[in-house]
Design a protein around this ligand. Sequence first.
Ligand code: ACM
Length: 267
Amino acid sequence: MLRVGFLQFEPVFGDVTGNLARIEAALEPARGRADLLVLPELATTGYNFTSREELAGLAEPVPDGPSTRRLVALAGHLGAHLVVGLAEGAAEGRLYNSAALLAPAGWIGTYRKVHLYDREKLTFEPGDLGFPVHDLSGPVSARVGMMVCFDWRFPEAARRLALAGADVIAHPSNLVGPWCPAAMITRCLENRVFAVTANRTGAEDRGGHRLAFTGRSQVVDPDGVVRAAADESEERLEIVEIDLEAARKKSINANNDLFGDRHPEYY
Ligand code: ACM
């Protein structure tokens, strides 16, 4: 059994210190009650950057930047793993829309968003780390993969994570359209995995571009059942208990196994 959940909230653009304080306060009720909590994409900075220079001013190294260090301390305080969307400033000025998996004892791994959405292409580099799957530290041997927001539109992302053994897909998001919650049910059904989509709420109107974020964060199980969900606009912390064995059994009846029945020679 693994206790997984999401925090849906409204980051304030550019207010990294304030956003970290908001996250700490909002997650306090989860202390001692969760194993893995997923936060939105770009949860510390906000989303709607107007230029690469603006992004470079807010991006930080991962895991050695101050925000990641503070979030690792939070994971230790909560006794939970966190997956958090962060603006990552890497070597040679490269900028990534990243998600970090943080254990109570420290950083475990980073995913860099591969499928950049719309104007993200003006500010971020596409991810260069593939779709790694990580073992959670601690008593429960869960395997966690990450993808970020628009990656949902590419079924190969979830498939790749599932084929690499992910039990749970952690999915920090800043969704601006209506279709992802339904699509993630399909991603879970076709791969028999759990998915935790943590979306944000609110709107950002910057540089003449207004984006309204759609909330509806959710936890979906391998049978496509939505185990927890938020509405479009509320701040919400949800935690549910999941049985990882459900994700390790890819058969759906006596004669069909979702991975065994694949025919990659025809794809
Ligand atoms: C998105 O990928 N943030 C829409």
